[in-house]
Design a protein around this ligand. Sequence first.
Ligand code: 3PG
Length: 228
Amino acid sequence: MSKLILVRHGQSEWNLANRFTGWWDVDLTEKGETEARQAGELMKAKGVLPTTAFTSVQKRAIKTLNIALEACDRLWIPATRDWHLNERHYGGLTGLNKQETREKHGDEQVHIWRRSFDVPPPELEPDSEFDLSDDPRYAGIDVPRTESLKLTIERVLPYWEEAILPQLGKGETVIISAHGNSLRALVKHLSGISDDEITGLEIPTGQPIIYEFDGTQVSGERYYLKDS
Ligand SMILES: O=C(O)[C@H](O)COP(=O)(O)O
């Protein structure tokens, strides 16, 4: 039996400011750092100690990983950062305030952009201040201009299969520190959630979720580490 630990980054500056974030690289707030530390302390208290780690190339997830690993004395384990685990790209909504966007476009439209399976937000304009195509961390990568959950799944799952699942097959305890929607993509796959039902799934910040594995097969349903 091996374990997979999923953790969404702690509160970010734009979670606090209620702005659409996506691929924009915002930092953790002090509360976010505390959430990350508490996640690590919980792993230590429960004796669920990661032996290998994966995260995105966004600082809110990287810092959450490092703070949590430090809190459970596992800062030394191998860690891989990869853009495939990034948050879904919020396109032309990036940087906008979520409440103001609701007032402008209506609750229903904003809910569709945020939670529908396959309707992407409008594309990011080429001259947008939030364009990341020239960011060195994405050299050689076709940076998306927007992503639905469906498109996010299409880049998260191949990476999961190629890079992460083999580690579980080897018996490693794997931690993935990532984002609300890249983790929804994984949970949809691992728990067999339908395209309709995934619209109702929310992933809280800083709260470790566990899946147990028998080889490369999921064994049982996910649970919150705090409830075990
Ligand atoms: O990218 C963002 O704005 C958040 O991390 C997730 O946003 P959501 O709750 O609107 O999917």
